[in-house]
Design a binder for this molecule. Structure first.
Ligand SMILES: Nc1ncnc2c1ncn2[C@@H]1O[C@H](COP(=O)(O)OP(=O)(O)O)[C@@H](O)[C@H]1O
Ligand SMILES: [Mg+2]
Length: 288
């Protein structure tokens, strides 16, 4: 905790402090000396063109990658680069590509997310002793609470692979919340969602913040980000280009240039937009 100069005195101690995080893959520097703090009660956005290093940065925060340089601290304690220890410390995440247990029920998926918070060991679970049964009942109650919270309670017994896409993304969030995180990292939570699903996700993120969990969210959908976030950091080619309130970032010319200069390959909706444009062009031709 040496670099406290940028923190305002009025703010509470950060839940997350990333300092000088650098990640190199061979000759490629995917993330270059990125500093980022997230404070309790905050929703912070991380944006940037495709390939900017956003997911790699998340992977450095959550112990999936060992950063080449820099360190990551949760509530002032430097985290060991091991995913289960990071989760145990209090950081949970969802992935850019959905990772659910397709053949488990909705409830079971949340219970899996719960296991870092239960003391019962493997043998106790296998032998199903009284300690296990008590812990299991408590876990189940907490998991059901989270399903209520995310609006999935009615589908607790459905196989997760049978859920519509938007609900699968919600279930991922419910599972992440099951570890009772102080910080939740969301990697493109609205990718592929329709406008209603995106709105619902926005409300869910606000509700999560209101329960006391800080949120760091990667997203391409600018309206979503600027509506939602107290603060936004912009990554371009691995470096933090700008950081500030939604208003400041939105009107920063460097951010606009970075986006206009780099098309979003694979951006959700891009294909549909192209299809609509093509259809409109055809209609115009037909009409003449
Ligand atoms: N495991 C990896 N090995 C090598 N290069 C990688 C790896 N992961 C990501 N990269 C590269 O790092 C850069 C940043 O990727 P990524 O973090 O996925 O960007 P974003 O999430 O912002 O779209 C890209 O050039 C990507 O190809
Ligand atoms: Mg990504």
């Amino acid at each position: 905790m040496t670099d406290m100069t940028t923190t305002t005195v009025a703010q509470a101690a950060p839940v997350l402090t990333a300092t000088g995080v650098t990640m190199r893959f061979g000759g490629l520097t995917a993330v270059r000396s990125v500093d980022l703090d997230v404070h309790p009660g905050e929703i912070v956005g991380l944006i940037g063109p495709n390939g900017a290093g956003k997911t790699t940065f998340f992977n450095c925060l959550t112990g999936l990658y060992v950063p080449t340089e820099g360190r990551v601290a949760y509530r002032g304690t430097v985290l060991p680069p091991k995913p289960h220890l990071v989760t145990q410390a209090g950081i949970a995440r969802t992935f850019q590509n959905i990772r659910l247990f397709a053949n488990m029920t909705v409830l079971e998926n949340v219970l899996v997310g719960r296991h870092t918070r239960t003391k019962e060991g493997l043998w106790s679970a296998l032998l199903r002793g009284p300690g296990f049964k008590r812990a299991e009942a408590a876990s189940k109650a907490r998991a059901m609470e989270l399903l209520e919270f995310t609006g999935l309670a009615a589908k607790a017994d459905h196989l997760s692979r049978n859920l519509p896409y938007g609900e699968q993304r919600k279930l991922e969030i419910a599972r992440a919340l099951a570890s009772d995180p102080g910080l939740l990292l969301l990697d493109e939570p609205t990718a592929g969602m329709n406008p209603q699903e995106t709105r619902a996700t926005e409300e869910l993120v606000f509700a999560i913040r209101d329960t006391g969990t800080a949120v760091l969210v990667i997203e391409h959908d600018m309206r979503f980000i600027f509506n939602l976030c107290d603060r936004v950091a912009v990554l371009v080619q691995g470096e933090k280009l700008v950081e500030g309130s939604s208003d400041v970032v939105q009107s920063d010319e460097r951010v606009i240039a970075a986006y206009l200069g780099t098309p979003f390959e694979g951006e959700p909706g891009a294909e549909e937009a192209a299809a609509v444009e093509a259809a409109e062009a055809r209609t115009e031709e037909d009409g003449q």
